[in-house]
Design a protein around this ligand. Structure first.
Ligand SMILES: C[S@@+](CC[C@H](N)C(=O)[O-])C[C@H]1O[C@@H](n2cnc3c(N)ncnc32)[C@H](O)[C@@H]1O
Length: 355
């Protein structure tokens, strides 16, 4: 029932200088192996050296253009965008700025047309697939849990297939040392947790996002849900992902009553749900707090990185990328009304608040 798109095929690189470099590395590796054979007690040191060479090699390769020249982050970003507008059926952005773009499309269509290994970090807040006519409490009143067509469950097996499709599409576009965040509740997070492991990701953390102002439950027949889970996983077990440890330890997080100053950031984050100021451009039933996304972007990206959100909703991730600065953002959202809120938030982000 889900869409299948042909994978990006224009990404075949002409290897020129890259090939020469990789041959040289292979030669060095061969010599090390021969040396290790004659002198086994030096093995640990030799393997250490080999891993350094591998790291230098992969970092260098990432920064090279197809013709072997260095590629700047903004060039890499515009190359990705022009790849989409240059398709036989061009995909135009809904909104773009020099460092950010929003597509009003199905994320599977965009992901399948992006070059492999082109994205540094993906934050995904997929539909929880829980909108099947249940009830919740809103402002003290009974309200339907239905969030929109996009959130309807298609049954356990179809939901699993949906999550698997977008997760594997994300894996293809992530760089080897890239990482993936997924946000969800028990309706979806266990399926996603299983699938990221099945797709070869390595889980780094499961963050409990505690909502101190969560809505009460009206049935009084079970505990009041007051947290969501965020999975953070690196694409490859052996790759060096970005983690800005001291920014997390020493930064200030005034909204979080659990974070003690100058102590390690732990895996339970206390952050209130978004207040009216964050909803001034329009409402979304599952909008994430900006403080949550600010923290995620600050923790796991560096200047120059390209960050993608396949289910961008109101563009909270985009506003956080703008706040962090010197980074690039690609948001993808199915519903036009949410793209429009995202556009307004991106335009406002970074500007001083109006008097
Ligand atoms: C959980 S919400 C994300 C909310 C967002 N994090 C925010 O802070 O506003 C999921 C969003 O994914 C969108 N969506 C659902 N299926 C999609 C698809 N296949 N491609 C792109 N967007 C999709 C929905 O319209 C919805 O806005």
């Amino acid at each position: 029932m889900f869409f299948h798109y042909s994978h990006y095929s224009a990404g075949k690189l002409s290897l020129g200088k890259k090939n020469t470099l990789s041959l040289k590395i292979a030669e060095i590796q061969k010599k090390f192996k021969a040396a290790a054979g004659s002198c086994p007690e030096n093995l640990p040191a030799l393997f250490y050296l080999l891993s350094i060479i591998h790291l230098v090699y992969s970092t260098t390769m990432e920064q090279l253009n197809t013709d072997g020249t260095h590629i700047e982050p903004h060039q890499a970003f515009s190359k990705i965008l022009s790849g989409l507008t240059g398709l036989e059926n061009p995909i135009q952005p809904y909104f773009s700025q020099p460092d950010s773009v929003i597509y009003n499309n199905n994320c599977l269509e965009i992901l399948s047309n992006l070059p492999a290994a082109s994205i540094d970090m993906i934050f995904a807040d997929p539909p929880y697939l829980l909108s099947n006519n249940g009830f919740t409490c809103k402002n003290g009143k009974m309200a339907t849990v239905n969030k929109g067509k996009w959130d309807r469950s298609a049954g356990l097996e179809n939901n699993l297939e949906f999550h698997n499709t977008w997760i594997s599409a994300c894996r293809r576009v992530l760089k080897p040392e890239g990482s993936l965040w997924i946000s969800g509740t028990y309706h979806s997070i266990y399926q996603c947790g299983y699938l990221i492991q099945k797709n070869g990701f390595h889980i780094l953390n499961d963050i409990a996002w505690f909502k101190p102002n969560a809505a009460p439950n009206l049935s009084c027949r079970f505990f009041t849900a007051s947290h969501e889970t965020l999975l953070w996983a690196r694409r490859n077990y052996s790759a060096k992902h970005t983690f800005n440890y001291s920014d997390m330890k020493n930064g200030t997080f005034p909204e979080d009553k659990l974070k003690k100053s100058r102590t390690q950031m732990r895996s339970v984050w206390s952050i209130p749900t978004p207040g009216p100021a964050e909803k001034q451009y329009g409402k979304h039933p599952t909008q994430k707090p900006l403080a949550l996304l600010n923290r995620i972007v600050k923790a796991s990206t560096k200047p120059g990185d390209i960050i993608l959100d396949p289910f961008s909703g109101t563009g909270t991730s985009g506003a956080a990328v703008k706040n962090a600065g010197s980074r690039f953002y690609i948001g993808i959202e199915l519903e036009r009304q949410y793209c429009e809120i995202g556009r307004k938030r991106l335009e406002a982000a970074g500007k001083p608040p109006s008097a």
